[in-house]
Write a protein that binds this ligand. Structure first.
Ligand code: MSP
Length: 642
């Protein structure tokens, strides 16, 4: 039985971060879970490399689009390798095999009468690669708020409007086609309002897949990108996909356009689309402009990938937005992994080593615990099946709690001291904890595969965790006499402060490295102007806060004949204390009541023991006496120079 799942294919105008890692980690978790259920699972991810956004980013980096995307596509692949994600197909939209599938999809739509040639004049959002049909020139994009651009083009149009009824029938017939429910409702009400035909070709750019048999048209990026899900497994009898895993912002493309294209082409539809929420950083949206993007590899280096995987799956209710923070990550790691699971594993294995020479004793185990474990395992599996990962993990950690309590109650150390009399009970206790640990570990394989594999072999289980199936989640698979492997702590406790500092430091290094890949290593150096002075941008200039103020007091500073100490009112509750090197040009009494210009956002500093909270603007040639900047007309106090 096959199970084919996909992640979105990521744009190559940005380097991978924890948001991309989130979807891909979830996909890897589902893959491992489905494998445990006995499926042959294939996971596709890849990169979305065409379109205006990428073309512009490449241009800005001084590279050809192909050279630019080659580097970023490799960076995504490398990232998934480092994180140990078991990706089966990495499909790039620039690959030849892909182009053929896109063109074929188009031909099939044309042959069946779903495409016509027309003109589009309207607004387009380059960032989202989205036609904004109802917008007027200058309107922002409804998705991202960035300004839209007006474009006029001859296009091939897809008759999306004619698919309204068929789409609604699909959502009706398959209520779980779009999950979660909230996303389904959004899509439903969007489609019910009526759909407009969709332009699926562009003539204004070259960086795309050519529309067959015509000149100058390339495919609209979403027509191109969505086809990746098929092209990645072309000729392998894997289509349709069982699951498209996506973020909530691209649900419309997946739940409306994609099934409509496939219906038009008479091809099978994917079975399910699950749109998860956004991962926020300390409750804020991650964005380049906020500079709060977190990358996964520093976390991998300091705490291990499993710590990140566990955190994301436990802390974020899948389908809803969730927040990442280093504090919460380390907190969860120490409490749940080091103290919880890690502690249970090392205690259990150490006792078997100590009291039974490292061999699992013969026993059926405590039947009450056996019952509790199998019941909980079924609950956890049910939650996994619903993609309710946080619930599944909650159930598993309750199981850990039950075993911990059982150990305390049975007090095996006391049983060991009692010798022969309690030997049978000690056997039962040790068998029970080992077998419970085995079930807990097996349940955790999809979420923390690396650590689960370690505990698995420490328990002396011989077959690889890749071969573990759900049938082994029932009681009684540990064999009497099974010899433990060598026992090493799986989750050493982390010093919160030190590990957070380390992750933040590595994060900065990673940022610099990725920016270099994107061609942004060095900000473009200020170009020399014709007269040799350097140029700055308007943004640079706007960083300087120049204000009009009035001098309230002025005094000489002892021992400094060039300096005066002024108090300047710039409309704030208190006048600013400012030290100015103008004593050679102005007497203190001449300055009082005079309007001046000051730089109001300089970092304060002390001059001759007096704090200066700004700088007076004056003009002079080298060596000449300074002349204060002033105005011919009257200017209000606090006015800003722009
Ligand atoms: N190229 C399109 C997808 C085409 S699929 C045929 C695209 N690319 S993207 O690079 O912007 O990736 C978006 C996806 O990355 C999201 O849908 C989500 O899966 C993942 N995420 C990126 N940032 C994320 C968060 N901050 N939080 C959660 N997921 C995030 O859209």
């Amino acid at each position: 039985m096959k199970y084919y799942l996909t992640t979105p294919i990521y744009y190559t105008n940005a380097a991978p971060h924890i948001g991309h890692a989130y979807t891909t980690i979830v996909a890897d978790t589902i893959k491992r879970m489905k494998r445990m259920q006995g499926y042959d699972v294939i996971l596709t991810t890849g990169t979305d490399e065409h379109g205006q956004k990428i073309e512009r980013a490449a241009l800005a980096a001084g590279k050809t689009p192909q050279a630019y995307t080659d580097v970023i596509a490799e960076e995504f692949q490398r990232q998934w390798q480092i994180l140990g994600l078991s990706v089966d197909r990495f499909q790039r939209t620039t690959s030849k095999s892909h182009a053929a599938v896109v063109q074929d999809l188009f031909r099939r739509c044309v042959e069946r009468g779903h495409v016509y040639k027309g003109h589009y004049t309207g607004q387009y959002c380059v960032f989202d690669e989205l036609y904004v049909n109802d917008a007027k020139p200058g309107d922002p994009c409804p998705e991202c708020g960035r300004p839209t651009e007006t474009i006029t083009e001859e296009n091939y149009f897809f008759r999306l409007a004619s698919f309204q009824e068929r789409l609604l029938a699909l959502y009706e017939a398959q209520p779980d086609f779009i999950l979660p429910e909230t996303r389904r409702n959004e899509v439903l009400s969007f489609v019910k309002q009526g759909l407009q035909d969709l332009s699926i070709s562009r003539t204004t750019l070259k960086w795309g897949i050519p529309v067959p048999e015509v000149q100058n048209h390339v495919f609209y990026v979403w027509f191109d990108a969505l086809s990746t899900y098929m092209s990645a497994v072309e000729g392998e009898n894997l289509w349709p996909a069982d699951l498209h895993l996506i973020g909530k912002e691209i649900v419309r493309f997946h739940a409306i356009y994609w099934p409509a294209f496939l219906m038009a082409a008479d091809l099978p539809l994917p079975k399910r689309i699950f749109a998860h929420g956004w991962l926020l950083f300390e409750n804020d949206k991650m964005s380049k402009s906020r500079g709060n993007i977190v990358r996964a590899t520093p976390i991998h280096k300091v705490l291990g990938t499993d710590a990140l995987r566990y955190f994301l799956m436990r802390e974020v209710v899948f389908g809803q937005d969730g927040s990442f923070s280093y504090d919460a990550l380390v907190g969860r790691y120490n409490a749940d992994l080091a103290n919880g699971l890690g502690n249970l594993a090392s205690r259990t294995l150490a006792m078997i080593n100590q009291y039974r020479e490292g061999k699992i004793p013969s026993s059926d185990g405590d039947q009450q615990i056996a019952h509790a474990m199998t019941e909980s395992a079924a609950l956890a599996l049910g939650a996994f099946e619903r993609f309710d990962f946080s619930k599944a993990l909650e159930v598993i950690w309750n199981m850990i709690g039950v075993v911990d309590k059982y150990i305390v109650e049975r007090a095996p150390w006391k049983l060991a001291r009692a010798g022969e009399d309690e030997s049978k009970l000690l056997d039962e206790t040790l068998y029970t904890t080992a077998e419970a640990l085995r079930i807990i570990t097996a349940l955790l394989i999809p979420v923390i595969p690396e650590s689960a594999a370690k505990i698995w072999s420490q328990l002396g289980c011989k077959h690889s965790i890749d071969d573990v199936r759900t049938a082994e989640l029932n009681w009684g698979h540990c064999r009497a006499g099974q010899a433990l492997g060598s026992v090493i702590g799986v989750f050493p406790r982390a010093d919160a402060k030190a590990s957070i500092e380390k992750m933040r430091g590595l994060e900065n290094e990673e940022l610099v490295r990725q920016q270099a890949l994107l061609g942004k290593a060095k900000p473009p150096e200020a170009k020399a102007a014709a007269d040799g002075s350097s140029q700055i941008t308007i943004d640079d200039f706007s960083k300087v806060d120049l204000r009009v103020g009035i001098v309230k007091s002025a005094e000489p500073i002892k021992g400094a004949d060039k300096l005066l100490h002024l108090h300047v009112d710039i409309g704030e509750p208190q006048p600013r204390s400012i030290v100015a090197g103008i004593a050679v040009a102005y007497k203190p009494e001449e300055l009082i009541g005079r309007k001046v210009v000051i730089v109001a956002n300089l970092v304060p500093r002390k001059l001759r023991g007096v704090e200066s909270q700004g700088m007076i603007v004056a003009a002079s040639r080298e060596g000449d006496i300074p002349v204060l900047a002033s105005f011919l007309e009257d200017v209000p106090i606090g006015a800003r120079l722009k």
